[in-house]
Ligand binder design. Structure first.
Ligand SMILES: Nc1nc2c(ncn2[C@@H]2O[C@H](COP(=O)(O)OP(=O)(O)O)[C@@H](O)[C@H]2O)c(=O)[nH]1
Ligand SMILES: [Mg+2]
Length: 307
């Protein structure tokens, strides 16, 4: 949050000394836009925000104001909030709880299945370990499916996490069918009356056709209840592109944005939520430890950004 927030603070301070006229208002909005772009907010989102600000400050129905800095802050808040507020909030803990209390589903006995997708290195495996840790700490029984049978070391990496967290893992052979591993894990979990299954998947270096086909196959075979896309905030514009391609090809239910601790580049959050049109950000990854998984609160995010 640091750099964008600092930048915005500086901007609000600067413009408070501007004389109030149309030129200066346009200049302040332009500075606002550039600051967003410099902080990982994509061009189209930044432009959309500045257009709305211009309309609301200079348009026909603009209200009169005397404090440019205050007005800019007041108006940008709902504009940003609208972009990052999902159509529907998703809380995985509630999902499992609701599921457990739903008799019909209980009779089917199948646990809630969460599929994690995303390209290599975004933090899928780490996030799965954090998620399993969270579910376990809340008393749920979960099983992990190590369906990344592609990248060498992936099985061992996840096994180490599963052992540390203390949850069961179903692994597969490298080069074997990732969908089959996931399917086995779900069967196993069903027979053990587990509450949830978390499926890890392989990513490739970039989003490409092979990856999409593999993900579609896993989805066909396992019919997950929730598909979560894992994206790293550090990826900047690339994060937006990944969100676009995945959301166009795969029916996603939510996004997990990782690496928000490192140098906290929160701008990506705006672009990613904008491009996926209101998909909820389910969790934020804020570090490398199991506890570093936070719920995302749009109000809090905007408050802290514009404070
Ligand atoms: N700082 C930080 N590092 C993370 C976070 N999530 C994952 N990582 C690191 O990112 C690297 C790649 O993570 P991994 O889970 O293997 O990514 P995968 O390829 O998507 O499974 C590892 O070094 C993780 O420790 C996070 O929220 N913050
Ligand atoms: Mg992985």
């Amino acid at each position: 949050m640091v750099s964008l927030r600092k930048g915005l603070n500086g901007l609000f301070e600067r413009v408070s000394s501007y004389e109030l006229n149309e030129n200066n208002i346009r200049k302040a909005i332009r500075e606002f836009e550039l600051l967003l772009i410099a902080n990982d907010v994509s061009l189209s989102v930044a432009k959309q925000i500045s257009k709305k600000l211009t309309d609301q400050m200079l348009g026909k129905r603009a209200k009169r104001f005397s404090d440019l800095s205050k007005r800019l802050r007041e108006l940008s808040k709902p504009i940003i909030l609208e972009i990052i507020t999902p159509k529907e909030f998703i809380d995985p803990l509630e999902l499992i709880l609701n599921y457990k209390s739903n008799k019909e589903q209980l009779e089917k006995k199948r646990p809630v299945v969460f599929l994690f997708l995303g390209i290599n290195g975004t933090g899928k495996t780490t996030t799965i370990a954090k998620f399993a840790y969270l579910l376990k700490s809340k008393g749920f029984k979960v099983i992990i499916a190590a369906s990344d049978t592609f990248r060498s070391g992936a099985q061992e990496q996840l096994k180490i996490h599963a052992d540390k967290v203390g949850v069961k893992i179903i692994t597969g052979k490298y080069g074997s069918d990732s969908a089959a591993v996931a399917f086995d894990a779900i069967s196993h979990a069903t027979s053990k009356f587990a509450d949830g299954v978390i499926i890890d998947t392989s990513g490739r270096m970039a989003v490409n056709k092979d990856l999409m086909e593999e993900m579609k196959k896993i989805i066909r075979v396992t019919t997950p209840d929730y598909n979560f896309l894992v994206i790293e905030a550090l990826a900047g514009n690339d994060a937006t592109e990944q969100a676009r391609i995945f959301s166009e090809n795969i029916p996603l239910n939510g996004i997990i944005l990782t690496k928000l601790d490192a140098d906290a580049r929160v701008g990506a959050l705006l672009s990613v939520t904008y491009i996926t049109q209101g998909l909820p950000v389910v969790y934020l990854g804020t570090g490398q430890e199991y506890k570093d998984l936070e719920r995302f609160n749009p109000e809090k995010y905007v408050e802290s950004l514009l404070k």
